[in-house]
Design a protein around this ligand. Structure first.
Ligand code: CP
Ligand code: NVA
Length: 317
């Protein structure tokens, strides 16, 4: 596939064509093989990545830092609280200054507009490492995992059960672009953003996939190939956690719910999991669960993103 992503930002996968997403997935697959066979892939020798975090992280922080090390570059962890941002320096000025030091910026923010502003004022690629609106790096690892395990993405029934949040948005966007049959089941009032629903419908019409929004988790997971869930209260929603626990209880992914899926269904979760809330131990620890492979694939998918956006590989493999 001949698609160059050099110099691009990655804020939301709706900005990427199916071919561009496939370029990332194919590059990720190759880089994973190279790592497994011990083939060096120092495609970003001497390059640097600034990683700004307004929120906590385990997977995003570690996988990006390790990715840069494997690629021969270096990553800097920057807690937003320790930057002059805390004392009122603007996002725009921060973006302008960081662009003079580093080759790319990854940011985890509350307000999606912050990552958009970073991208607007930075002269280097900006990667969204999670905002309140989307989590594109997660969805890349998710569909890499589905492709690896199911051999295809087209026609795979991917059912997301829970809150219509950032993770749900990216799963919907990427899945419908790649031709999956995406179903989302949320409680009333917790649906995904209207704009994302429209995008998912449009994407599905173009790719031959489908999108459906339901409020009945049992109906949603019928014959599912993938059941996906995420926490009921995302970072920043801690004050609503107790109320949400009551509202989301019927949406728990447990032994009774997964009985309605295909026998070889896969359980997926972006992690961290709140065991006993959105998923029970007997599901997340079952042989159907692929959550550790999914977490590992964050590393490979992000290596591909970095290598492509920073020009370490020209057009994918
Ligand atoms: N899934 C994910 O982004 O995990 P972290 O919050 O640990 O980075
Ligand atoms: N929806 C969760 C995902 C964490 C990776 C959050 O935003 O907190």
């Amino acid at each position: 596939m001949v698609v160059s992503l050099k110099g691009r930002d990655l804020l939301c996968l709706q900005d990427y064509t199916p071919e561009e997403i496939w370029t990332i997935l194919e590059t990720a697959k190759m880089l994973k093989i190279w790592q497994k066979i011990g083939k060096p892939h120092r495609l970003l020798e001497g390059k640097t990545l600034a990683m700004i975090f307004q929120k906590p992280s385990t997977r995003t922080r570690v996988s990006f830092e390790v990715a840069m090390a494997h690629l021969g570059g270096h990553a800097l962890y920057l807690n937003a609280q320790d930057l002059q941002l805390r004392r009122g320096e603007t996002i725009a000025d921060t973006a302008r200054v960081l662009s003079r030091y580093v080759d790319a910026i990854m940011a985890r923010v509350y307000d999606h507009k912050d990552v958009e502003d970073l991208a607007k004022y930075a002269s280097v690629p900006v990667i969204n490492g999670l905002s309140d609106f989307s989590h594109p790096c997660q969805a890349l690892a998710d569909y890499m995992t589905i492709w690896e395990k199911k051999g295809t993405i087209k026609g795979v029934k991917v059912v997301y059960v829970g809150d219509g949040n950032n993770v749900a948005h990216s799963l919907m966007i990427a899945g419908t672009k790649l031709g999956a049959d995406v179903v989302v089941a949320t409680p009333e009032g917790y649906e995904p953003d209207e704009k994302v629903i429209k995008w998912a419908e449009q994407n599905a019409a173009e790719s031959g996939g489908s999108f459906e929004l339901l409020h009945d988790p049992v109906k949603a997971v019928k014959d599912a190939d993938v059941i996906y869930t995420d926490v009921w209260a995302s970072m920043g929603q801690e004050a609503e956690a107790e109320e949400r626990r009551k509202i989301f209880r019927p949406f728990q992914v447990n032994k009774d719910l997964v009985k309605h899926a295909k026998p070889d269904y896969m359980f997926m979760h972006c992690l961290p999991a709140h065991r006993g809330e959105e998923v029970t131990d007997d599901v997340i620890d079952s042989p159907n669960s692929v959550v550790w492979d999914e977490a590992e694939n964050r590393l490979h998918a992000q290596k591909a993103v970095l290598a492509l956006l920073l020009g370490g590989v020209k057009t994918g493999f």
